[in-house]
Write a protein that binds this ligand. Structure first.
Ligand code: NAP
Ligand code: MG
Length: 481
C-alpha cells in the first residue's frame, strides 16, 4: 500500500520570472523580429512568459556575433583562461541551482526531485569536467600523440536541443564547444526556453566575453535557418530522427561537420538470476524517470520467461506506489507530459498498442484536471512486430516481451532501427560482458539504468545518430585536426 503524504511543494518564489524574454545576442538581450510565443507550465497550462521568435535575419545577426567573438576574442583566449570562465559558470550554476531546478520543473513539468537531484547537478558537473579539459586539448585526440601543435577549434557552432532535458542538453552542447575554443549559437526547444535564457544571464554574471554564447529562441523554422546558415562551421543536434535526417540532407556536401543525437527504443533485459527487486527499481527508473521523455529510456522490457510472472507482479506492485502530480511537490515521482502535442502522440500510440492486441495496464491513479498528464502504463503480450515495440513513444509507456535464451535476448534487443542504449540485469559478470559485446547500442548499463557521467561518452548506432557527447570523445566533435 502507498503511504499517504502531505503536499510538500517547493516554493517558486526563488524564480524571478519576467513577463517577456528577448534573444541573447552579442552579450545583450535584444528583441526578436518574429512573432513572440508563449511558454506554459505543462502541469497547469498557466502562461509563464512570452518568448521572442528569431527569424532568419536574427539568426544571421547571432551567427555574425558569434563569428566576431570567435575571431576577435575567443580564438585568442588561452585554454587556461577559457577554463576559468567555464569553471566560473559551473560555480554560478551550483550557487543558483535551486532557482534553476524550480524553473526547469515549472517550464518542463519534470518532478523537482529530478531537476534538483539529477539535472542541475549534472549540468554543473559537465561544466566542471570540460573546464578541466580547456587547457589540455593536446591530450584530447590520442591519435595525434606526438604532434607539436594543439588541435584547433572549428569556429562557430550552431546547436539545437530538445525539451526533455533542457538545461542538461545545453550543458552537453555548450561546455565542450567552449572548452575547445568555439563560439556558439544555441536554439532551445520551443516549449522549454526559460532555463536557457536564465543561463544567458549566468553568462553575463560570469563576464563571459560578448558573443561567445548566443541563445536564439523560436520553433523549427529558426532551427532550420541556423542549420542552413553558410557561416556555421559545425552543427550539433539532439532531437528526433526525422529532423536529424533532414539536417543530414541540408549539410550534405557542405564543409560543415555535424553530430546527431537522435531517438532510441532501448531494451532493458532481465535474466532469471538477476536480483529481482533491484531490477524492478531499474525498470521503473528506466521508463518512468522524466515521464519516459528520455531518448535512452528502457522502453522495451525483455524478461526471461522463467521469472516473467514474478517480475510482472512485483513491477505492478511497485508502480502502484508511484505518485503522479505536481512537479514542484518534493514527493512527486512522475510529473506532467511536456506538451499537448506530446500527450496526443503518447495517447495515439497507446491506442494503437491496444488495437494491435497488446494488453494495457496502469495502476489506479488520479490525474489532475488541468495540464497534460498520462498515467504510468505497461503493455503485456507485445510482439516484436507491434508498433509499440518498434516506435519511440517518448512517454511513460513500457512494452514487455519475453525470451528464453541469451541468444534470443540479443536478437530481440538488436531487432530495432535504433541503437542508443540497453540494460542488462544478471548476477553473472561474464554474461554482462558477453551481452555488452553483442548489443548494438552506444551505452550498455549493467544492473543499473539511466546513469550519466560527464567522463563517459554517450551516443548512438544506426538511426540513433552519430558522434559522441561527453568525455574526451565529446571534444573531438569540436576540434579540427
Ligand atoms: P524535434 O522535433 O526533432 O526537435 C528538436 C529540436 O529541433 C527542437 O529545438 C526543435 O524546435 C528543432 N527543430 C524542429 N524542426 C527543425 C528543423 N527542421 N530544423 C532544425 N531544427 C528543428 O524533437 P522533439 O520532439 O523536440 O524531441 C523528441 C525527440 O528527441 C525524441 O525522438 C528523442 O529520442 C530525441 N532525443 C534524443 C536525445 C539524444 O541524446 N539522443 C536526447 C533527447 C531527445 P521546436 O522545439 O520548436 O520543435
Ligand atoms: Mg513550457
Amino acid at each position: 500500500m502507498a503511504f499517504e503524504y502531505a503536499p510538500a511543494p517547493e516554493s517558486r518564489a526563488i524564480v524571478d520570472l519576467k513577463s517577456s524574454y528577448g534573444l541573447f545576442i552579442g552579450g545583450d538581450f535584444v528583441d526578436g523580429s518574429g512573432h513572440a510565443f508563449k511558454s506554459v507550465s505543462p502541469a497547469t497550462e498557466e502562461v509563464l512568459a512570452e518568448i521572442a521568435e528569431a527569424t532568419a535575419n536574427d539568426v544571421d545577426t547571432a551567427v555574425a556575433a558569434a563569428r566576431r567573438a570567435y575571431t576577435r576574442t575567443w580564438s585568442k583566449t588561452s585554454g587556461a583562461e577559457r577554463s576559468k570562465y567555464l569553471f566560473r559558470i559551473a560555480r554560478i550554476i551550483q550557487e543558483r541551482s535551486r532557482e534553476l531546478a524550480v524553473l526547469e520543473s515549472l517550464d518542463n513539468g519534470k518532478p523537482i526531485r529530478e531537476s534538483r537531484d539529477v539535472d542541475i547537478p549534472l549540468v554543473a558537473a559537465y561544466f566542471f569536467y570540460y573546464a578541466g579539459w580547456a587547457d589540455k586539448l593536446e591530450y584530447a585526440l590520442p591519435h595525434r600523440r606526438g604532434a607539436t601543435t594543439t588541435p584547433r577549434p572549428l569556429g562557430v557552432a550552431g546547436q539545437i536541443i530538445p525539451w526533455n532535458f533542457p538545461l542538461l542538453m545545453l550543458a552537453w552542447k555548450i561546455a565542450p564547444a567552449l572548452a575547445a575554443g568555439n563560439t556558439v549559437v544555441l536554439k532551445p526547444a520551443e516549449t522549454t526556453s526559460l532555463t536557457a535564457l536564465l543561463f544567458a544571464e549566468i553568462c553575463q554574471q560570469a563576464d563571459l566575453p560578448a558573443g561567445v554564447v548566443n541563445i536564439i529562441t523560436g520553433a523549427g523554422e529558426t532551427g532550420r535557418a541556423l542549420v542552413g546558415h553558410p557561416d556555421v562551421d559545425k552543427v550539433a543536434f539532439t532531437g528526433s530522427t526525422e529532423v536529424g535526417k533532414a539536417i543530414g540532407r541540408t549539410v550534405a556536401g557542405t564543409r560543415k561537420s555535424v553530430t546527431l543525437e537522435l531517438g532510441g527504443k532501448a531494451a532493458n533485459i532481465v535474466f532469471d538470476d538477476a536480483p529481482i527487486d533491484q531490477a524492478v527499481e531499474g525498470i521503473v527508473n528506466g521508463i518512468f524517470f522524466n515521464q519516459g521523455h528520455v531518448c535512452c529510456a528502457g522502453s522495451r522490457l525483455l524478461v526471461q520467461e522463467s521469472v516473467y510472472d514474478d517480475v510482472l507482479a512485483r513491477l505492478k506492485r511497485r508502480m502502484a506506489t508511484l505518485r503522479v502530480g505536481d512537479p514542484l511537490d518534493k514527493n512527486t515521482d512522475v510529473g506532467a507530459i511536456n506538451s499537448s502535442e506530446q500527450l496526443a502522440r503518447i495517447r495515439e500510440l497507446s491506442a494503437v498498442g491496444e488495437a494491435e492486441g497488446a494488453e494495457r495496464w496502469s495502476p489506479p491513479c488520479e490525474l489532475p484536471d488541468r495540464g497534460f498528464w498520462f498515467a504510468p502504463t505497461i503493455f503485456t503480450g507485445v510482439s516484436q512486430a507491434h508498433r509499440i515495440a518498434r516506435e519511440e513513444i517518448f512517454g511513460p509507456v513500457l512494452s514487455i516481451l519475453t525470451f528464453r535464451t541469451p541468444a534470443e535476448a540479443v536478437e530481440k534487443a538488436n531487432n530495432t532501427p535504433f541503437g542508443l542504449s540497453a540494460g542488462v540485469w544478471t548476477d553473472k559478470g561474464s554474461r554482462i560482458l558477453w551481452m555488452a559485446n553483442q548489443l548494438r547500442a552506444g551505452v550498455v548499463w549493467a544492473n543499473t539504468f539511466n546513469r550519466f557521467d560527464p567522463t563517459s561518452p554517450f551516443g548512438g548506432y544506426k538511426e540513433s545518430g552519430y558522434g559522441r557527447e561527453g568525455g574526451r570523445h565529446g571534444l573531438e566533435a569540436y576540434l579540427a585536426e
